[in-house]
Ligand binder design. Sequence first.
Ligand code: 4AD
Ligand code: MG
Length: 430
Amino acid sequence: MKTTINQVSKYLDQEVTIGAWLANKRSSGKIAFLQLRDGTGFIQGVIAKADVPEEIFTTAKSLTQESSLYVTGTIVKDTRSPFGYEMQVKKIEVIHEAKDYPITPKEHGTEFLMDHRHLWLRSKKQHAIMKIRNQIIQATYQFFAKEGFMKIDPPILTGSAAEGTTELFHTQYFEEEAYLSQSGQLYMEAAAMALGKVFSFGPTFRAEKSKTRRHLIEFWMIEPEMAFTTHEESLEVQEQYVQYIVESVLQNCQLELNTLGRSVEKLEKIKAPFPRITYDKAIELLREKGFNDIKWGEDFGAPHETAIAESFEKPVFITHYPKDIKAFYMKPDPERDDVVLCADLIAPEGYGEIIGGSARIDDLSLMEQRYIEHNLAGDAYKWYLELRKYGSVPHAGFGLGLERTVAWICGVEHVRETIPFPRLLNRLYP
Ligand code: 4AD
Ligand code: MG
């Protein structure tokens, strides 16, 4: 019977064949331990000299790292490993012999591993991160389907900037200039006026010269947009969504969290509602924590976000930022013109902002005023203004950055390990 590692529990005490690669190997004169991986998981194969024909044991002992094999043997319980099963190997068929695999079990530097990302992805830790990333993707689709959202795909080639002009990738679009999308939001607003509750999930691009553990040049964003929805209602969707993905990972990725050494206890505390503090309160909190120089009106950097997050076990919403440091489309607080109805959701443990969102300006004349203030004249934004002309409604939305969320849930230091092939300031390879 041919099967895969994640299915072996169905074949207890039976003989199966698995297509696998040799991740690692230990052997003595009498016994060999083969660490096998097949993409679905990792299992140990044990092969005792006394139990198999001579040539099979010889083959096992000479196997090289990352050679591809068909391995046949009996599945037995193994109480010492977290996986719970191992294979008593009877037969090995070598498909392809790998020579001098560059990533050996010893420690390697990050740049070396990044240069070999196409191979590094095979490692147990990277496998665990990709598995959790996939779980978050699955949970995202489940959550928004369950809540009645329609998936909408905004364009990637665009004629206008969504989040300010300094971080745009320019490209030629025949005779015109085009940009790679920084955010699908403006199109999602149009979609919400057509379809009510919508979400997008796609790649976004920021030509940011930032070299931090939180910044990628290309990252994936989930952007829900909701018609007839207030800022407060949007916050409730956000905390429900984040709770849902954390629960989904806890339920389905125990083994991977264990591989990563992630504290499950910390993740189990991620239950809605999440605390909310205003920007004003955050400034006070920062001053109490020794950031004496911070002035009202300044944006928060990573050290500020980390300091604020330290006061909470759950993600925390920072709301009502000064309008001058936020995007042109954010709706002013009706009680205070200098702040906007927005929130950034800051993850615990120093992972920083994972969501940015707001209520959107729905008043035509106010939006026209913002166009003048932000120099958005011209045809590129004409269509966006028309959304305020024909049946405008209060609406709100947000964007969750997938990689920062994966980094937080996995407890990995840097976003470069949370996407299969990261695009970084100095890296377009592999
Ligand atoms: O706060 P941002 O820029 O918000 C928007 O783009 C809005 N238009 C979203 C919306 O309301 N529809 O980005 C949203 C999130 C951030 O909170 C962060 O998680 C992630 O996207 N993000 C990045 N992730 C990795 N690398 C970068 N350079 C990122 N920039 C933003
Ligand atoms: Mg933001």
